[in-house]
Each structure stands twice: as C-alpha cells, then as structure tokens.
Design a binder for this molecule. Structure first.
Ligand SMILES: Nc1ncnc2c1ncn2[C@@H]1O[C@H](COP(=O)(O)OP(=O)(O)OP(=O)(O)O)[C@@H](O)[C@H]1O
Ligand SMILES: [Mg+2]
Length: 317
C-alpha cells in the first residue's frame, strides 16, 4: 500500500449510460499504472464491470465461485470474494465480481426476516434493526479490503435501490460521472437527497470527491455551457478540472474486454484518466475536498440550454 489509509470511492448516478463503468475501469487501471493497489467492486446486477475484465458472472455461479451477492446473503468478506488478474497490472488490480441476482438480494433478506418473525425468533419490533444491519452488510464486507488496497472503486447500477444505497453506505467518497446532456443532470437533485439521507442515518463521513464530466466535446457550445453551469452550481472545487473527451475508444475497449491503458491507439484516453487520478491525489494531498455538493444545478436552466442547442442544430442543418 502507498496510501496511509484505504480510500473507498463509489461512482454514483442513477442515470443510465453516463460513464460510471467506463470510469471505474479506467480509473482503476490509471491508479494501478501509477503503482497504487486497486480493488474494483461490481455492484451492478448487469455485471458490466466484471464483463469488461472478461469475467462471465453466470459461469462463476456454476463454478462455485463467490460474487458480491455473497457479501449480502452470506456476510462474506470482500477479500475472500475478489479475483486477481494474472499478467495484467501485476498484483495491483483485483475485482469483486458482480451477480445478476444482486437486485433480488433485498427481497431475499426481507423474506429471511419475515421467516424469523413468523418463527417467533424475533419480534416485528426487532425487524427495523435487522433491516439496518442489511444495509451495513456491504460496508462490513468491504472493511476486509481496508489496509489491503490503496483504492476501492465501487461501480453502481443506474438506480437508487438497496444495493446502490448500500454502496454509498460503504464508501468514503462518491464521484458523480455526468455526460453533458440535460437529461443526465436532471436526476442529480434526487441523488444528492439520497446521499444526505445516507449521511444522516449510516455514514456521516461520506463526501463528494467530485463531479466528473465525460463524453465531453470542448468544441460543442452546449458541452462548454454545461461544464460552466456545473462549476457554478457545485462550486469550482467540486467539479474535476480534468474532463474526459468524447471518443469511440471506450466502446472499443469494452468490446475487446481491455482497458484503454492496454490499447496503444487509446493512449490519449489513458492520459486523461491518469490526469484525473493525479488531480484526485493532489487534492487529497492538499486537503482540498468538496463538501456537500449543493446548491444543485437548476434543472430548468439545463433543459433550456438543451432546447437552445437543438434549435441551433436544426438551423445549422
Ligand atoms: N468519454 C466517452 N466518450 C464516448 N463514449 C463513452 C465515453 N465514456 C463512456 N462511453 C460509452 O458510453 C456508454 C455508457 O458508458 P458506461 O457503460 O460507462 O455508463 P454507465 O453509467 O456505467 O451505464 P449504466 O448506468 O447503464 O451502467 C458505453 O458504451 C461507453 O463505452
Ligand atoms: Mg455501468
């Protein structure tokens, strides 16, 4: 380990397709390239993160191997679930694979609970304590990675369900990846309200590491306006200075089940993620951290900008 303490970072935005998984993969590879040890955690039932590393989550079940579902259902420590990648990012990158059944874990835990109540093993008055304990299971499982890895990166699903909020409960930091479209930004208010509830009930230490603008084209007026608006509303400090440019290389990397760091033709994309993690490390070193990410971007403003851009697109042909 190079850091004094393990930092657990969750990528959170309930809007689909805004760069959570791509950023988890590329940031993991960037930290590993700089010599930091990283464990990626796939908390999305779609298992895109696991697939990015060539892991087929269906086969894991058949092979009797553990997945993140075991953290919830069997209280398995993540350090006993993680897999290492021989020959890739030697000894510095590991992954806790996802499970397509993750989304049903809360239903299974609730059914267990109802069974205990029906069997008179607990009273219904105890049930809330048990539900709270369920929400802490991922955190407890990930505790086992503390002191082992410098960085733990949790990829989450595009919703705010039990597993996603358990990832917030388990994290020290959250990053909000955003693509520059009015739709991508409209859900931020609910995300931040959810973060406030997680802070109040389970994890007061949870902090915003930054808003990350990806799929960004600095030659497009709308993209620049959205970048400025984010900085205005979230404060300059809370939006990463590093932006991730629009490029087909990310889809190519996903398709080839490699990271942009393993594609020579994607060197500029790898450079951007290196710049991003260096920015994070420097911020940490200087003690500059984003606090609560309020005030929120005005959804009305963003919709107006998006509409203007559409009209311009029509006028310009
Ligand atoms: N900078 C970028 N430029 C162009 N395409 C990108 C960029 N980053 C990611 N993509 C592509 O955008 C798509 C969505 O990205 P990604 O899967 O990372 O989003 P996500 O937030 O994890 O989605 P979901 O919420 O569905 O899990 C993918 O096809 C990915 O390859
Ligand atoms: Mg994803």
């Amino acid at each position: 380990m190079r850091l004094l303490k393990t930092q657990v970072i969750c990528l959170a935005n309930q809007i689909g397709g805004c760069g959570k998984t791509s950023s988890a993969v590329s940031m993991g590879a960037a930290f590993a390239t700089l010599g930091y040890s990283v464990c990626l955690v796939d908390a999305d039932p779609l298992c895109n993160l696991s697939m990015s590393f060539g892991i087929n989550c269906d086969n894991l079940y058949r092979e009797g191997k553990c997945t993140l579902a075991d953290a919830f259902l069997k209280k398995k420590p993540a350090v006993e679930i993680k897999q290492d990648f021989e020959g890739r990012f030697p000894a510095l990158l590991s992954l806790v694979p996802g499970n397509h059944g993750l989304s049903s874990s809360s239903v299974k835990l609730e059914a267990q609970l109802q069974g205990l109540i029906a069997g008179n093993e607990i009273s219904s008055m105890d049930a809330d304590d048990h539900r709270n304990e369920h929400r802490l299971r991922l955190r407890k499982s990930i505790e086992s990675l503390r002191g082992v890895y410098d960085i733990v990166l949790i990829d989450t699903a595009p919703n705010l369900d039990f597993v996603m909020t358990a990832a917030l409960v388990a994290s020290d930091w959250f990053i909000i990846p955003v693509f520059p479209s009015g739709y991508d930004l409209s859900g931020l208010e609910l995300l931040l309200r959810t973060v406030e509830r997680v802070r109040a009930r389970f994890n007061p230490e949870l902090r915003l590491a930054g808003v990350l603008l990806g799929n960004y084209d600095r030659n497009t007026k709308l993209d620049c306006q959205i970048h400025d608006l984010l900085k205005k509303q979230f404060t300059e400090q809370s939006v990463f200075q590093t932006t991730i440019g629009r490029s087909v290389r990310y889809r190519e990397a996903t398709f080839g089940m490699v990271t942009v760091f393993e594609m020579p033709e994607a060197a500029p994309q790898a450079e951007q993620y290196l710049a991003l993690v260096k920015e994070m490390i420097n911020r940490g070193a200087k003690g500059i951290v984003g606090q609560t990410a309020n005030p929120l971007p005005s959804v009305a403003d963003l919709s107006r900008l998006a509409a203007q851009e559409e009209v311009q697109g029509v006028v310009n042909g």
